[in-house]
Design a protein around this ligand. Structure first.
Ligand SMILES: O=C(O)CCC(=O)C(=O)O
Length: 287
């Protein structure tokens, strides 16, 4: 959890909090690392460090991101630890990253994990800006999520409503959105003429087992598999990962009626009010 209890309450209730994360000096260090590592790359579309076949590059990116982020993670969180970190770069013209939830990393019946998304340039709504559906991490009982499992909110009407209701977090370089991996989120099209680099880091409660839920379609089961912390590097997004089976459970397709979903969005929005917003701001929230 976040050490600042007011911001932690916002994170638990709304599923996200945006804060000033790095000092100017720390940001410059990160920008320097980014430029050095990517100077010879011609990035087209959406680039993820973990999909690069160049192991020298991925190893360096991971190690150095860890060195830069870890002290900050220790400073702002209690009892949370680094899992992994990557760069995500969205080139000019690259389209929207559609609404989605991130993969589950642990046994979410007991624990929550968080993403730290930090742009290296200012984001303005139209250059690959992160957007979230407030409170959506809590809309339905915990479900495991991974690329082999159907996206729970994937029907056209639900997706359109989520798109309409999501809010852009116009973060400046060095600010970060910390969000529950279960929140519905997206990034906008990059209509600018420059790349939008961001660092993307995952944290989990200290000592929890890292898991990946694999959807075994033949048996209609979800297999929770214990994976290594570099599992996502080179993972092809479709295969059963190697690793010991932690638990196998029935896959139950979620039922999400549009009306109910709309109500949940409304209720989540009604929970935040001016007094709360002021309180969050006084405690360092920037969005
Ligand atoms: O940085 C981006 O454009 C996409 C980030 C994101 O939402 C994700 O990887 O889950």
């Amino acid at each position: 959890m976040l050490k600042n209890q007011v911001l932690d309450k916002k994170l638990k209730e709304e599923g996200y909090v945006a804060i000033d994360f790095f000092t100017e000096e720390e940001l410059e260090k990160l920008q320097h690392l980014y430029h050095e590592l990517h100077k010879d790359m011609d990035i087209q579309g959406l680039f993820f460090t973990n999909q690069s076949p160049d192991s020298d590059y991925t190893t360096r990116a991971r190690q150095e991101l860890k060195a830069i982020f870890e002290p900050k993670i220790e400073a702002i969180f209690d009892e949370m630890e680094w899992v992994q970190g990557i760069f995500i770069v969205k080139s000019p013209g690259a389209g929207e990253f559609r609404n989605h939830q991130d993969w589950s990393l642990v046994d979410e019946r007991k624990y929550r994990t968080y993403a730290i998304w930090l742009p290296l340039i200012n984001t303005d709504g139209d250059n690959g800006t992160i957007c979230v559906v407030k409170g959506s991490h809590n809309f339905y009982a915990t479900r495991f999520r991974s690329p082999t499992m159907p996206y729970a909110y994937g029907s056209q009407e639900i997706d359109e409503l989520a798109e309409e209701k999501r809010i852009p977090l116009k973060l400046k370089a060095g600010q970060a959105a910390i969000f529950d991996h279960g929140i519905i989120h997206a990034t906008s099209t990059n209509t600018s003429n420059q790349n939008r680099p961001a660092a993307f880091v995952a944290v989990k409660p200290i000592g929890t087992t890292l898991l990946h839920p694999y959807f075994n379609k033949e048996e209609n089961k979800v297999e929770l598999i214990q994976v290594a912390d570099d599992f996502a590097f080179g993972y092809d997004l479709v295969s059963r990962p190697k690793g010991e089976l932690y638990e196998k459970m029935d896959y139950i397709a979620p039922e999400i009626p549009l009306e109910e979903f709309a109500q949940k969005i409304k209720r989540a929005a009604a929970k935040s009010n001016v007094v709360k917003k002021i309180k969050y701001r006084l405690n360092g929230a920037v969005g």
